[in-house]
Design a protein around this ligand. Sequence first.
Ligand code: UDP
Length: 471
Amino acid sequence: MGSKAPIHILLVSYPAQGHINPLLRLAKCLAAKGSSVIFTTTKKAGKDMQTGCNITDKTVTPIGDGSLTFNFFDDGFKEDDPIRTNLSDYTPQLEHVGKKHVSKIIKNYADLKTPISCIINNIFIPWVCDVATEHKIPFAILWSESSAVFTAYYNYFHKLARFPSKPEPYIDVQLCSLLLKHNEIPDLLHPFNNYPFLGTLILEQIKNLSKALCVLVDTYEELEHDFIDYISNKSVVIRPIGPLFNNPKIKCASNIRGDFVKSDDCNIIEWLNSKPLSSVVYISFGTIVSLPQEQVNEIAYGLLNSKQVSFLWVLKVKTPPNEIVLPDGFLEETNGRGKVVKWGPQVEVLAHPSLACFITHCGWNSSMEAIALGVPVLTFPAWGDQVTNAKFLVDVFGVGIRLGYSRAENKLVSRDEVKKCLLEVMAGEKAEELKKNAIKWKKAAEAAVAVGGSSDWHLNAFIEDIKKRDP
Ligand code: UDP
């Protein structure tokens, strides 16, 4: 292959919003740096992505020096089939059809004499690594959680630390120099977690590492140095390449988004423009977590009672009989201080100068977006890695105050607690300390993705690794 020909990289995504977002961002970075990138996921997810923007199946879109092509496949279920929310039933079928589809793409590109040089997948679809191995194609894994969470799974899999077990469910876990309480480890590693099936899928991915070219992590060296160092010493090539969302290379493709929900047409940015500097609280619990009605009420009254605070709240309403409603007359009582939407352009919202703080469920994408945009947080995790991310946001990165605990604690956070935390994060000594730390991480994030920064260096090194192995 001549040195000028682009390398072809196939990205395979699990069909969920929190997985598609970081992989699509990586796709755009790789394309901008000159690769021909093929992004595949299910037709249903492809259709969901099309609600947020104009994405066309099998059309080559030039990005920077390279290109991006979507290639969606049928998972065999009707569009509204509820099986997709039952992961233990859905995932085996996804594996069955996905394996055939990925093999077909590999064959098609080989037939065209433009062979796939590397395959990248994300968590929950470890079988992609088997397909790559079968076709003798190098593969890498995009880990879209933190390096600390990766370390927890790695240590658990290799039995490098003691973890809670059924006879000893409440022991603490040593993670590098940090001691995590039993309820601060990723809860899929806890013996009494509700989704053992998902934990197993993630551990399958850890098993694949011995054959992987590397693991790419949506984090940056300066933020998670100790964990990146620790893993590097375990003979795994770990490449921190984030924050992906903030990579200047992808700005040229900002029209290609993966939003499953169309942003509410209610002038969110114009509304933010009308607010003073650092005055608005943004509330969002990501794409999966929904709060129970009683908790929604407490947050609503907490907002009402903290009289001077403006807020933008992304609220999943759900359908009857599980619908979530705001207390009667709530919006009228806030007197224009508040706006409630079904979906918002989160990155643009967090980057807005009127933003003061973010009440977040601490999904890693949301955490990374807040850290890298310098926004202090109130943490309200529910499950999975969110509980570990909350611990780090508060006690390690120093950008947050703990508001809620995990869903397993089953504890209602009262309106008084909401009000107290809101006032603390908005003004005073603690608020200043959080903002100072947040700005420090923001600057470090910008430096990491700038040309010659640590994340930029790792992304270039990854592309060079692929080229070296190209036949
Ligand atoms: N998001 C968004 N608008 C919203 C809510 C969420 O753009 O109104 C995006 C957010 O920016 C993030 C992703 O959806 O990139 C959610 O991912 P995260 O890992 O935070 O949580 P998950 O949904 O996977 O629990």
